[in-house]
Design a binder for this molecule. Structure first.
Ligand code: SF4
Length: 569
């Protein structure tokens, strides 16, 4: 039976607790959001002592089911003030699950910079004074040397230590790259707790418990085959998520010039095609890379410089859209450089891209000036006022500059899809439990839904509601979003996922399992937010999207307020 590991930073104690019966069927986001809803006062100060951090592997973590090693990191967000779950690939979820741990709950505040080591022998507390101000890349190197190559590392950079509202948490991969639980300022909560890093040592761990191994083997194989049969998987393997740059641009939906346009005339220069061309010329670069063991898609990439030194891995569509087209930066290498600096500081590239777009709109630095953007980011460790403003994200930057066009909902920057061109996604931005978050329900058109119009003002609430439940379940299973998309189009493949879950849990699950699980998770999150004081007035897009016409598509965001209110009615 897996356990809950509770760690108290106030008095440096830890305890393995039996799991409440109703936690046994939860994992990932479902478990982290349930724990936060029950244990954190909804009106708590996110950076205060009452907030907690939950590290929760998904229900299928550590098994042979492909792409199920995403780690959910839950807390109350200092950026949105809502419940928050940010998840990341890498190896940590599998490593925690193999230690027999269902979730780690971290509470209290350390009196000085601290790191935790979690292993078979329990929890050790060590000083992290030597890592103060150290960037995430160097931090990983130092900790791997200290604790061994096989250890997993969760860490924050200077941004988290400075409690910046766009601070992210870095999660290591097996081959020593970094992935990020980026959204919602989760790194600032680690910083507020004086927690620089968590080391997970899986030495001596066992295979995770599976109720029916034979059934799991069969269903897991069928699931992998089904995922790979979808054309999207082939596209992602070839170009990664940057595949979306040209695709979304051609739909007129690419965030451009602080969301004043939906097309970028230099989109191809920052596209997946251009990136793959570049990786083919660089030593040690890889156009395809698996961020976790057993991934059959391998959508990640590794970009190096001319000498073969790592710039960053993986550069994603959202980064290209927000640090690129949204800022009119058309040089993919400059975007990669900005990505590298954000990673090292431990910052969310999306909220930083949103903030830079607002700053450029307000004349702080010129449009398209990547070097000026880099200079702003590089002044953050020394506390430069403008750099720190950007590090607090788009909402803070907009307020500080008195800007009228600030693309955020509940304080969090929009992803790189314009909500006027993708109104289902816009409905999700407005109503999701975590602020503007495309991963909560991105309503992209699909050949299997020929009648769906992404620009229609009607019908978007139903699709957003369905997707919000679906992705809440996906996040609870620990499944990668990219692996989950084929399941929306091919019902038999979705059934293989349900069969995998049934084999792991050892119980029969209905055909509606995914919808039912997701519905429960969203309900718990929504309940927390309502108790925190959120109302339907908070479920709105910024005014300018309802007033300014998007060039090219000649439309505003015109989904009615009644429809928005119906999403969670
Ligand atoms: S598809 Fe991409 S993001 Fe998902 S697990 Fe594989 S490499 Fe990671």
């Amino acid at each position: 039976m897996r356990k809950i590991l509770r760690i108290n930073l106030d008095n440096q104690t830890s305890e393995l607790e039996s799991m409440p019966a109703d936690y046994a069927k939860l994992g990932g986001r479902g478990l982290s959001s349930t724990i936060i809803s029950r244990e954190v006062p909804p009106k708590a100060d996110p950076l205060g002592k009452d907030n907690k951090i939950v590290l929760a592997p998904g229900i299928l973590a550590g098994t042979k089911v492909t792409c199920t090693g995403r780690l959910s990191i839950g807390m109350k967000s200092p950026l949105t003030n809502t419940v928050k779950e940010a998840n990341a690939g890498g190896e940590l979820a599998n490593q925690i699950a193999k230690l027999g741990i269902h979730a780690v709950i971290i509470e209290g505040t350390a009196s000085s910079p601290t790191l935790l080591k979690i292993g078979n022998k329990g929890v050790e507390f060590e000083s992290a004074e030597n890592l103060k101000g150290v960037g995430t890349y160097e931090c990983l190197e130092i900790l791997k040397k200290q604790f061994g190559d096989k250890c997993g590392v969760i860490s924050i950079g200077p941004a988290g230590e400075m409690k910046l509202k766009a601070a992210a948490i870095a999660v290591s991969t097996k081959d020593e790259h970094l992935r990020f639980a980026a959204r919602g300022g989760v790194g600032a909560v680690m910083g507020a707790k004086n927690l620089k890093a968590v080391i997970v040592d899986e030495k001596g761990s066992k295979a995770v418990e599976v109720a029916d191994k034979k059934a799991l083997n069969e269903s897991a194989k069928a699931l992998s085959k089904g995922i790979l049969s979808h054309p999207l998987s082939e596209g992602l393997k070839a170009l990664g998520s940057p595949l979306l740059v040209n695709m979304i641009d051609s739909m007129g939906a690419l965030s451009t010039k602080n969301f004043s346009q939906g097309r970028f005339d230099k989109a191809n220069d920052i596209s997946g095609e251009t990136l793959v061309g570049l990786t083919s010329t660089r030593p040690n670069s890889k156009p395809a890379h698996a961020c976790m063991t057993g991934c059959v898609i391998q959508c990640s990439n590794v970009l190096t410089d001319e000498k073969g030194e790592l710039i960053c891995s993986s550069i994603e569509f959202e980064t290209l859209g927000l640090l690129g087209s949204n800022c009119l930066i058309d040089d993919v290498e400059k975007v990669a450089e900005l990505n590298r600096v954000c990673n090292d500081l431990g910052l969310d590239t999306m909220d930083v891209g949103g903030a830079l777009g607002v700053a450029m709109d307000e004349g702080v630095i010129p449009w398209g000036d990547a070097d000026a953007a880099l200079a702003l980011l590089n002044e953050i460790p020394d506390g430069g006022e403008k750099g720190v403003m950007i590090g607090h994200g788009a909402q803070f930057t907009g307020e500080k500059l008195g800007a009228k066009r600030v693309p955020t909902v509940k304080g969090q920057a929009l992803a790189a899809y314009d909500p006027r061109a993708l109104k289902g996604t816009g409905t999700t931005y407005a109503t999701a439990t975590m602020g503007a978050d495309h991963t909560c329900g991105n309503a992209l058109p699909s050949p299997t839904m020929p009648d769906y119009s992404p620009v229609s003002p009607t019908g978007q609430a139903d699709i957003s509601r369905f997707l919000q439940g679906y992705f809440a379940a996906v996040d609870s299973l620990g499944l990668c979003l990219f692996a989950s998309l084929p399941l929306l189009d091919i019902p038999e493949v979705k059934q293989h996922l349900i069969d995998c879950t049934a084999a792991v849990l050892g119980e029969e699950l209905s055909e509606q399992y995914i919808e039912e699980l997701g519905g429960e998770v969203v309900k718990a999150e929504r309940g927390f937010n309502l108790s925190a004081g959120f109302t339907k007035i908070d479920d709105r897009l910024p005014d300018f999207f309802t007033k300014e016409v998007l060039p090219g598509l000649d439309t505003t965001f015109d989904v009615s307020e009644d429809d928005l209110d119906s999403v969670h009615a």
